[in-house]
Design a protein around this ligand. Structure first.
Ligand SMILES: NC(=O)c1ccc[n+]([C@@H]2O[C@H](COP(=O)([O-])OP(=O)(O)OC[C@H]3O[C@@H](n4cnc5c(N)ncnc54)[C@H](OP(=O)(O)O)[C@@H]3O)[C@@H](O)[C@H]2O)c1
Length: 405
């Protein structure tokens, strides 16, 4: 019956780890991602439905292919405020509900516009429609959103905290293995992982040499540089470890096919024309450089690997799978971790409010920029999610909100 067509077990999964998700841009990215992928699922039944009605019923019931262009989003959300995180989680869950309602509505409309020459009778189609509406709706539920309250500037506890986050990501990545209809049947599952390295703070505002104390400077650098860089390193190491394990266990059915680290950057990372935000700019510049280098090192590693395998094949060297201990044909085993530095534009968030409060400290040329209404975080988040999903950006590059359509 058609129910097997739309088994949620087949849906590829995308797992987001988002720091600074209790408010502002982090919350917007989480909510928009949830909405975006739910929306994709919503559109899919209609597409599939139009295909169904042009095919025979027997081909419907025999089909068991997975939906290729939809993904189910899952989240690990991190910040200090548990209240803020819970609100973000509620937003994610409620956007899923909206998408579900729209999905049901779209399916009803599709059912009404069925061609009268269709070979499918209405009773059969009704069954089909009800099955697609119920089984394709695999938007986020309670268990798909994990909230972690932690202070990422506490470097003494950072490694232990990252252990917790990595375990959470792992649970969401491999959790998709548990839904399988038939555990004996191998059906490869692609999982994307995205780390949005977003948490940040302003630090001292005003002339750089009026920096108040060593402690103040250190706290700002701890969060905005050291913690941020180390989070990306540990995330990358987690991905690599999973890829190595796949090498040792070639029959594993879950593949981390795409791994992306998004460093939330700023125009200030690449411009030295904006004054009186010295420590903030320095943090953004350091993060930008580090993530660019991670991206470039990965590109070089893959290129070297490709060159080696090209040379090997030219020399007719047959590499036996047993020797390699892996399935060499599986690209995901060698997939590069991609990095992206995304400058979200000037946003109307608490950070902007904080800047306004200290307007008197700001450089005279900078002050007017914060006196007008700034961008909506959700618009910026939407552009970012599209870039991530398309996955056509150059790894290590800097993309600004204003560069995007
Ligand atoms: N706003 C802008 O105009 C703008 C422009 C360009 C780039 N950005 C960048 O965008 C990112 C988000 O900024 P935003 O405007 O959304 O700022 P925001 O509203 O102040 O949010 C900052 C987020 O970081 C979290 N955070 C701060 N310190 C933390 C800590 N020690 N441990 C864990 N989490 C911490 C906050 O959560 P808790 O307080 O709950 O911990 C909050 O979720 C930042 O990297 C910022 O530099 C912002």
């Amino acid at each position: 019956m058609p129910t097997s067509i739309s088994s949620p077990a087949c849906l590829p999964v995308v797992v987001f780890l988002i720091t600074g998700a209790s408010k502002g841009l982090g919350r917007a990215i989480a909510t928009v991602a949830s909405r975006y992928y739910a929306q994709q699922q919503k559109q899919q039944p209609t597409l599939r439905h139009n295909t169904y009605i042009n095919s025979s019923y027997s081909s419907l019931s025999s089909s068991s292919s997975c939906l290729s262009s939809t993904k189910q989003a899952r989240f690990v959300l991190v910040a200090r405020s548990s209240k803020g995180l819970q609100e973000t989680k509620n937003e994610i869950l409620s956007t899923s509900t909206i998408a579900e309602a729209e999905e049901v509505e779209a399916n009803k409309k599709a059912a009404l516009s069925v061609d009268s020459n269709s070979t499918i009778t209405f009773p059969i189609m009704n069954t089909l429609m009800s099955s697609t509406t119920t089984t394709l709706t695999t938007t986020a539920n309670e268990d798909d959103v994990i909230c972690r309250t932690m202070d990422l500037s506490d470097l003494d506890r950072l490694d232990d905290n990252i252990d917790i986050l990595v375990d959470d990501v792992d649970r969401l990545v491999y959790g998709c293995d548990n839904n399988g209809d038939d555990q004996n049947q191998r059906h490869d599952m692609d999982v994307d992982v995205v780390f949005v390295n977003n948490a940040g703070s302003l630090g001292h505002l005003g002339p750089t040499i009026s920096s108040p104390s060593l402690m103040d400077m250190r706290q700002t650098i701890d969060l905005n540089i050291t913690s941020s860089l180390w989070l990306s390193v540990r995330f990358a190491q987690y991905v690599k470890q999973q890829q190595q394990e796949q090498k040792r266990r070639p029959r594993k059915i879950i593949n981390i096919s795409n791994a992306t680290i998004v460093n939330i950057s700023s125009l200030l990372a690449i411009s030295d024309d904006i004054l009186s935000m010295g420590i903030y700019s320095t943090g953004k510049a350091a993060r930008e450089r580090y993530h660019t280098i991670i991206g470039k090192e990965e590109i070089k590693r893959i290129k070297k690997k490709d060159d080696e395998s090209y040379n090997n094949s030219n020399n007719n060297i047959i590499i036996r799978e047993e020797e390699e201990g892996q399935n060499n044909k599986n690209n995901s085993n060698t997939a590069a971790i991609k990095t992206l530095n995304y400058a979200p534009g000037p946003l109307e968030t608490d950070m902007a409010k904080e800047i306004r409060k200290k307007a008197d400290e700001l450089d005279v040329d900078l002050k007017p920029h914060f006196q007008k209404k700034l961008l909506d975080s959700y618009d910026s988040a939407m552009k970012l999610i599209r870039v991530i999903d398309k996955n056509e950006f150059d790894s290590g590059s800097h993309i600004d909100f204003y560069d995007l359509p």
